[in-house]
Design a protein. Sequence first.
Length: 304
Amino acid sequence: MLDVCLLGTSGMMPLPRRALTALMTRFNGSSLLIDCGEGTQITIREKGWSLHDVDIICITHVHGDHVSGLPGLLLSMANSERVLPLTIVGPRGVKKVCDALRIIAPGLPFNIDYRELTEDFETIEGKGYTIEAFRVRHTVTTYGYSQIIRRAGKFDPDRAKELDIPLHAWSRLQKGETVEDGDRLFTPDMVMGAERKGLKITYCTDTRPIPSIAEYARGADLFICEGMYGEDSDIGKAREKKHMTFSEAAGLARDAGVGELWLTHFSPSLIRPKDYVDAARRIFPETHVGKDRKTRTFTFDKDE
């Protein structure tokens, strides 16, 4: 079970009822945070979720509206008596920026491990899931992220019995382990079926709609993508500032074959994003306007 919460949906600056863009997910007792703009820790508390279980923070890029909430968040994590290390992932230079912000958040009781991204595509292993980082196209080096939870194939007990595999080895084989029993060696492929469909969430903001985004988001259950401008007539501003319109985001969702699209990172001048969603839905019907603390729980397909 994967819980997904779009903590804030504002781009550039927070508004009275719209926090800056951030995403939080929870899986298997571990939480992942993507971006941490001003107000992120407040909206987490309003949601009723815990800061304590955040193990990885992924930063898309080091513009202020995506990192300015880090000092307060880190201090709150320290006050919750966290001692386990925290991993911060981001483009090259993210450590320098975070260290500068930590001038007002010194003496944390936990270590921060930095993973600076340098390639167009990199993977990071979390607790039971994989993060895929992919470079997009903004005014500074920026990455999008996918969280992927894989699902092993079904265990075949009849096959295990045929092969005379001892019962004590069954659970280990289901976990993907190889088991030695005397002079015999048992491997998962002997009793496990083909990998089943897992879960995939892709998050992408502050970029032009380049084709590679659709490739990296391919088949995602949920695609969360920026929609800085609601009207197609704003395409000139979108190109100049390296952002997207609603329709451009919908085009990426259609090309990627995702389950649904949540729009986010709205311009402060876009007071009522819902007024502009129809054009995007004509391109991709499962387009939805994000709002602060919009939440969805994803589960594995029971028929798989």
